[in-house]
Design a binder for this molecule. Structure first.
Ligand SMILES: [Zn+2]
Ligand SMILES: [Zn+2]
Length: 105
C-alpha cells in the first residue's frame, strides 16, 4: 500500500479532482465514521460530486427519501462504490432521477 505522497507522485500532474478525491480517501481512512449511522463505514460509498462518504446501505436508504447529500445538501448525481485505491478503480452508479420525482417537489 503506497503512501499518499507516493501515490500522488505516481500520477503525472494529477487533475485537481483526483487530488481532492485521494485526500478524501486518506482522510476517511483515519476517521471512517458514517455521518448517518455514526458507526464504522461499511461498503464505502462516496457521493458525486461532493465526495462525502457513507455506508452503502445508509446512503441508499437515504436516497429513497432525499436526492441531496445529508451533509452538504448538494444534489446527488451518482454513488461512487467499490473504491479501490490500489488499482484506482471504482464503480459509478448513476442515481435514477425518476425515483425521486414526486418525493422531492
Ligand atoms: Zn452508515
Ligand atoms: Zn456532500
Amino acid at each position: 500500500m503506497p503512501s499518499f505522497k507516493e501515490f500522488i507522485k505516481d500520477v503525472d500532474s494529477p487533475p485537481l479532482s483526483l487530488v481532492r478525491w485521494v485526500v478524501h480517501i486518506v482522510f476517511l481512512r483515519m476517521s471512517a465514521v458514517c455521518p448517518i449511522c455514526l458507526g464504522q463505514i461499511e461498503h464505502l460509498t462516496k457521493l458525486d460530486p461532493c465526495f462525502h462518504a457513507f455506508c452503502f446501505n445508509c446512503i441508499t436508504q437515504w436516497a429513497k427519501v432525499s436526492a441531496r447529500c445529508p451533509l452538504c445538501v448538494r444534489p446527488i448525481v451518482a454513488f461512487l462504490h467499490d473504491i479501490d485505491l490500489a488499482s484506482r478503480s471504482f464503480k459509478r452508479i448513476l442515481v435514477p432521477l425518476s425515483s425521486f420525482l414526486g418525493k422531492f417537489f
